[in-house]
Design a protein around this ligand. Structure first.
Ligand code: AR6
Length: 181
């Protein structure tokens, strides 16, 4: 299902983020930027060694990526030209700033994309896998941040949520519908 906010197309689909043909895809990375499992592992596997090489250069310059921040590399062999690596919070019960940090991860990824002139971007469900953020709450934060950004910026003009299961897709769409009321 597609939605339009201020001229920006917002899409929800089930799929594999590494297969998206958006200009950028977002990686649910960790602060080391050295790779891992889940989306992160899939992106490095599909994109090849050039992504890790650039991540290491960023580490050398700034010593990793703090939670809630974002950095950008090439997409290597991926269909996407860029990967924006952001770090969501590990869920520790919800009173350690997790909601704000998750919101920052989405907003800083979008900000970086806009600065680079990136017109289309795809997000996975950040923090809801290995980092155990409850998906109902995470989905509300994710769609809220994206809608807010789209309402006040012209680019990216296409923002996709790429969910790995039908259940996750339903949760994100329901969160959007709830927001849109
Ligand atoms: N495409 C789309 N979504 C996917 C894919 C894929 N190819 N693979 C998994 N997912 P996770 P996190 C879904 O664990 O919770 C890594 O080790 C998955 O089903 O990838 O932010 C990093 O290095 C889940 O719904 O990210 C970090 O250490 C969602 O993506 C840590 O995990 C996020 O799951 C980050 O954990």
């Amino acid at each position: 299902m597609d939605y339009i906010v201020n001229g920006t197309k917002i899409m929800f689909l089930r799929g594999d983020i590494t297969r998206q043909d958006t200009e950028a895809i977002v990686n649910a990375a960790n602060s080391s930027l050295l790779g891992g499992g889940g989306v992160d592992g899939a992106i490095h596997r599909a994109g090849g060694p050039q992504i890790l090489e650039e991540c290491k250069q960023i580490r050398a310059r700034q010593g990793g990526c703090p939670t809630g921040e974002a950095v950008i590399t090439t997409g290597g062999n991926l269909p996407a030209r860029y990967v924006i690596h952001t770090v969501g919070p590990v869920w520790r019960g919800g009173d350690r700033g997790e909601p704000e940090l998750l919101r920052n991860a989405y907003l800083n990824s979008l900000k970086l994309a806009a600065e680079k002139g990136i017109k289309s971007i795809a997000f996975p469900s950040i923090s809801t896998g290995a980092y155990r953020f409850p998906i109902d709450q995470a989905a509300g934060i994710a769609v809220g941040a994206v809608r807010e950004f789209a309402a006040s910026h012209d680019i990216p003009s296409e923002i996709r949520f790429v969910l790995f299961s039908d259940r996750d897709l339903q949760v994100y769409q329901a969160a959007w519908e709830k927001l849109a009321q």
